[in-house]
Design a protein around this ligand. Structure first.
Ligand SMILES: Cc1cc2nc3c(=O)[nH]c(=O)nc-3n(C[C@H](O)[C@H](O)[C@H](O)COP(=O)(O)O)c2cc1C
Length: 147
């Protein structure tokens, strides 16, 4: 089973989140390969059984520009065998809190085997750790059992 986490992060909040998720998988002895979006060709991600996408939100609830090619690739390729999850950091000061997570969620729900979504308010708090743990369990159950 091959699991990738691909992400973007401007100020480090989403990076902290994806690293925490990666470590939770490691505790389960599941090796997740972590890539910044700039460092991985999108086609390589299609070779994984499961892909978790991490993104902040920019502009007016928008997907960051560096994530658009990834979005369009998942929107147009045959990815219905891939288990996916979408996570991100946003700021509820903005009208569309984590709008990029919502946009990916809606597309991945149609295109892939979307298992779970997770949004955090700006920087990770202790209370988010339990939510991360549940996110990892749900992803893992979907990979193992299709549940
Ligand atoms: C110009 C600008 C626009 C933003 N727009 C949104 C938005 O529409 N919705 C949202 O939830 N957060 C918005 N944010 C907040 C960021 O997504 C948030 O600070 C996030 O934690 C950044 O993640 P990062 O540290 O991984 O880069 C915006 C931030 C900036 C500076």
């Amino acid at each position: 089973m091959k699991l990738a986490i691909v992400y973007t992060s401007k100020t480090g909040n989403t990076e902290d989140l994806v690293q925490f998720i990666r470590d939770l998988f490691l505790e389960k002895r599941i090796m997740a390969e972590l890539f910044r979006i700039e460092d991985v060709p999108v086609v390589k991600l299609f070779t994984f059984d499961a892909v978790i996408i991490g993104t902040y939100t920019w502009g007016d609830g928008e997907i960051p520009v560096e994530m658009l090619a990834l979005y369009h690739a998942f929107e147009t390729e045959e990815v219905d065998h891939i288990v996916t999850g979408i996570i991100g950091s946003g700021d509820s000061f903005y009208p569309q809190f984590c709008g990029a997570v919502d946009a990916f969620r809606d597309m991945l729900y149609v295109q892939s085997r979307l298992a779970a979504t997770l949004k955090i308010e700006v920087a990770m708090q202790v209370a988010d750790q339990e939510r991360c743990s549940r996110f990892v369990d749900i992803i893992w159950n979907k990979i193992e059992n299709g549940a």
